[in-house]
Design a protein. Structure first.
Length: 223
């Protein structure tokens, strides 16, 4: 199976359903070994629904053009249909790109705070920021402020992988960084599952901190 974003190889993985989207404790999804994109039946269903909505918007635009040709509606309504079609397409591109903060708006704030001279510098700064939040989250419970900060910073870090250059993305160090990213994400989902339970919460936070340090060291070799 190939990735719809980058064309890379996708492998089957088992995931915990933290939000009960599938009504199952665990479900099987597909993860791209190249860019880290994830696809499961819920995501695939949302893609299909979005495609149907886009097709409906496109059909509406065509109807508007035909009506304009026979003189029932004026040029303003035709332009409005075009604008609606353009906005719909823009939202689709943003949602599928994997480099957006549509669902985690605070991630954008952290990305701006961590912004460095290059994409790799930004990633390094985010790992330091996340390590501070993970340390602050130890001893806590539930989705407290420190855990929420860490969650949004994680999404900022995942999206920041889009900021590397093509040359950097071809290096062995970047491949290793992608591996650390996947491990960090897997640890987080276990952390989220045990966010109300000790000592599992703190144990997974310690694992996250260790993984962040290894990721930062790897990123520094890319620079």
């Amino acid at each position: 199976m190939t990735c719809h974003r980058c064309g890379g190889l996708m492998l089957a993985e088992q995931y915990d359903d933290l939000h009960d989207y599938t009504e199952q404790a665990e479900f099987t999804g597909w993860r791209c070994v190249n860019c880290g994109a994830v696809l499961d039946r819920v995501i695939a269903g949302n893609h299909r629904h979005t495609t149907v909505r886009h097709a409906a918007a496109h059909s509406t635009e065509l109807i508007g053009r035909n009506i304009w040709r026979i003189g029932i509606h004026d040029n303003k309504e035709v332009r409005m249909h075009r604008v609606i079609g353009f906005l719909t397409l823009s939202m689709l591109l943003i949602g599928f790109s994997g480099c957006s903060y549509l669902f985690y708006p605070r991630a954008d704030d952290y990305a701006m705070k961590a912004k460095g001279a290059s994409g790799v510098d930004t990633m390094v700064n985010l790992t330091t920021m996340m390590e501070t939040s993970a340390t602050a989250a130890k001893g806590g419970k539930g989705a407290d402020q420190a855990m929420d900060d860490y969650h949004n910073q994680l999404h900022a870090l995942l999206d920041s992988f889009c900021g590397v250059t093509k040359e950097q993305a071809k290096t062995p160090a970047y491949d290793l960084a992608v591996t650390h990213k996947k491990e960090l994400t897997a640890i987080f989902w276990r952390l989220w599952k045990f966010k109300d339970n000790q000592p599992q919460r703190d144990q997974h936070l310690d694992l996250s901190i260790a993984e962040l340090k290894e990721l930062r060291e790897t990123l520094q070799t890319i620079k």
